[in-house]
Design a binder for this molecule. Structure first.
Ligand code: KG4
Ligand code: ZN
Length: 332
């Protein structure tokens, strides 16, 4: 079964071809235009998708060694995301599906992230917990099988990736800055500065990052430019230490309360090397089976959309050609 996956929910224009769930091609174009504005400009994102998507799809088909008539289904992100950006992917997918007379499958972007690990691993078990940490979401999800999810907790304010990007901006590291913080922190001391962590009852699985972001802002305002420059790696490492502490306390409590021994990380921030290390150490200590996809499959791409789409296609669950974009689509 050959499936084309299309992803345009934010600032990555991406397309991938999967054959029976195996990747034949996977092309991602990260829009660089937004870096000069310090964040994604929705109007520009749509225009960039409009320009790039036909080229990216053509490249994905060529790399997969197939022609468009070989495609048996088109999986496309229909939410959550930027409305204009989603509509570009959706419009293209509909046109192509209509002209080829093949099914279109609308995929929830979060469900794509959730099953990303299955591009590289077999399905671990029917029951596991996933932490999705991306630029727009931070959710702890209990998975009871495909399509059966319950949200145990989520951020009450900023998403985890948003906190990384905002702190990166405060440090003058450009947009998106999560990866830059990760790189700089490798040279820094995680214990250099202790940022406060909001205490909440252990059974409360919700997350919060805006307090940490504000704490970083006040701390930076209290420093001289020279001190900041000399200790930028230490500040990045201390910020990551705090993020890790927040996430680990909540996620491992959720595993304990739900009596689940399998944990999957997903979303762009799961590409972070320090989080990978601290989660792995904690999982080892607590006897938890931890899976983290390769960085490429943590961040946005078409392969994860095609993968979820393949499952729907196999179940013969298709979307209508009237499928609309849903910017605030929820996982459950
Ligand atoms: O999943 P994703 O590609 O897009 C969304 O669905 O939002 O996640 C993007 C987010 C951005 O906030 C970016 O800064 C962050 O993931 N990110 C990282 C790393 N790589 C990407 N954050 C921390 N460390 C990284 N290595
Ligand atoms: Zn994403």
């Amino acid at each position: 079964m050959i499936v084309l996956g299309i992803e345009t929910s934010c600032d990555e224009t991406a397309a991938a071809v999967l054959k029976n769930g195996e990747i034949l091609s996977d092309i991602v174009l990260s829009q660089v235009i937004h870096s000069e504005f310090g964040g994604v400009v929705p109007e520009l994102a749509s225009r960039e998708h409009q320009k790039a998507l036909p080229v990216i799809i053509t490249e994905a088909l060529k790399k997969a060694g197939i022609c468009k008539e070989d495609i048996e289904g088109i999986a496309v992100t229909y939410g959550p995301g930027l409305i204009g950006a989603l509509l570009i992917g959706l419009g293209f997918a509909k046109g192509l599906a209509y002209s080829l007379n093949i099914p279109i499958i609308g995929v929830n972007h979060l469900e794509g992230h959730l099953w990303a690990y299955t591009l590289e691993h077999d399905i671990i078990t029917d029951k596991f917990i996933t932490l999705i940490i991306s630029g727009g979401h931070s959710i702890i999800v209990k998975v009871n099988g495909f399509g059966n999810y319950s949200v145990l907790g989520q951020t009450l304010d900023d998403a985890c990736g948003e906190a990384f990007d905002k702190v990166a901006k405060l440090l003058g590291l450009g947009y998106p800055g999560g990866k830059r913080i990760d790189e700089l922190a490798k040279e820094g001391d995680p214990q250099f500065h202790k940022f406060p962590v909001l205490k909440s009852p252990p059974e409360n699985m919700n997350l919060s990052f805006s307090g940490l972001k504000t704490a970083v802002l006040y701390y930076l305002n209290s420093l001289s430019e020279e001190y900041k420059k000399n200790h930028i790696s230490d500040i990045c490492a201390s910020f990551q230490y705090t993020v890790s502490k927040i996430l680990i306390s909540k996620v491992f409590k959720a595993l304990e309360m739900e009596k689940i021994e399998h944990l999957v990380l997903a979303g762009g921030v799961a590409a972070n090397s320090y989080l990978k290390q601290t989660f792995s150490e904690t999982a080892d200590k607590k006897g938890i089976n931890l899976i983290i996809p390769s960085p490429r499959y943590c961040t946005d791409n078409g392969a994860v959309i095609a993968k979820a789409g393949t499952v729907y296609l196999k179940k013969k669950i298709y979307s209508s050609i009237e499928l609309d974009a849903v910017p605030s689509l929820k996982l459950v």
